[in-house]
Design a protein around this ligand. Structure first.
Ligand code: ASP
Length: 305
């Protein structure tokens, strides 16, 4: 259970105590991921089905690997290879998977709110693996875990998120989570990629990356979500990189021990340079490893009801 819900659909409604519990449990799961004996019986006899309507490398594989390490029967179905292409509707597809006695349904969909609709119509615990521009809760949780691993605590940290805030579910989930946990969150993007009223989420807004990055403890780059943009929000990617890309010189404006995060996939030389991706301050690979552990902790919690 997540609060009083069977589902994990977003960070917005997740109490701080639940966030903390997931982060604490992840430390135990990480030990398993890093061991030579990656096997538990936490999900023995349970079924995990992964239904993705959008492409994914990290999220999908980490759920599947985690589910298998915990001894579940884990299956993966892509909408493009399913009866969705025969015009079956979302609820019917989800019901079909549910009545196969699915315990946990992991879902990604291009439409904001799709997992919420499914959750109301199935018995399985639904975990949101990203819905449109809305939320990506497991990404925010793994980001928080990675920051805490390096910095000890989120409280008081200056976190600067640079990129396509308007179309990013990662930005939204991170803003909810980081502000709840006491971090000071700034966002930076061209004016056209800043949603109006975002200040109400408790963030400081910048349009100049060199001002935004000053004294940051944590720098998070986000991909330009071209697949979700329905118009020209800036001249082109080269221009974006020139104005907003995080490079070696700009990273020096942050604290000397600042860490760099990116949810992936990274477009090198656009939102961050190769130098920044590969430098010692980058924790992008650790984020990916932690993604397996956080999703294991979440699936274990999902069957506790
Ligand atoms: N992988 C993340 C997501 O699915 C970030 C991205 O695609 O840019 O939202």
């Amino acid at each position: 259970m997540f609060g009083n819900s069977k589902d994990l659909l977003g960070i917005r409604d997740l109490p701080v105590s639940e966030i903390q519990e997931i982060l604490d449990r992840t430390a135990e799961m990480k030990k398993i991921v890093m061991s030579q004996n990656r096997k538990t019986t936490d999900l023995a006899g349970r079924t995990v089905n992964i239904l993705f309507y959008e492409n994914s490398t990290r999220t999908r594989l980490s759920f599947e690997m985690g589910a298998k390490m915990m001894s579940s029967v884990a299956c993966n179905i892509s909408a493009s290879g399913s009866s969705v292409t025969k015009k079956e509707n979302l609820i019917d597809t989800a019901r079909t998977i549910d009545v196969m006695q699915t315990d946990i349904l992991i879902m990604r969909h291009g439409l904001s709110g799709a997992p919420h609709l499914v959750a109301k119509n199935v018995n399985a615990a639904v975990i949101n693996g990203g819905d449109g521009t809305h939320e990506h809760p497991t990404q925010a949780l793994l980001d928080a875990y990675t920051i805490i691993e390096k910095k000890g605590d989120l409280k008081g940290l200056k976190v600067v998120i640079v990129g396509d805030i308007a179309h990013s579910r990662v930005a939204r989930s991170n803003i909810w989570l980081l502000t709840k946990m006491g971090a000071k969150v700034s966002i930076c993007a061209p004016k056209t990629l800043i949603p109006s009223g975002i200040e109400q989420m408790g963030v400081t807004v910048y349009n100049d990356v060199e001002v935004a990055l000053k004294d940051a403890d944590v720098v998070m780059g986000l991909r330009i979500q071209l697949e979700r943009q329905k118009g020209g929000y800036f001249p082109d990617l080269v221009e974006y990189a020139k104005e907003f890309g995080i490079n070696e010189k700009r990273l020096k404006l942050a604290k000397s021990d600042a860490i760099v995060l990116h949810p992936g996939p990274v477009n090198r030389e656009v939102e961050i340079t190769s130098f920044v991706y590969d430098c010692d301050q980058s924790v992008i690979d650790e984020q990916v490893t932690n993604g397996v552990a956080i999703r294991m902790a979440i699936m274990k919690k999902a069957i506790e009801r």
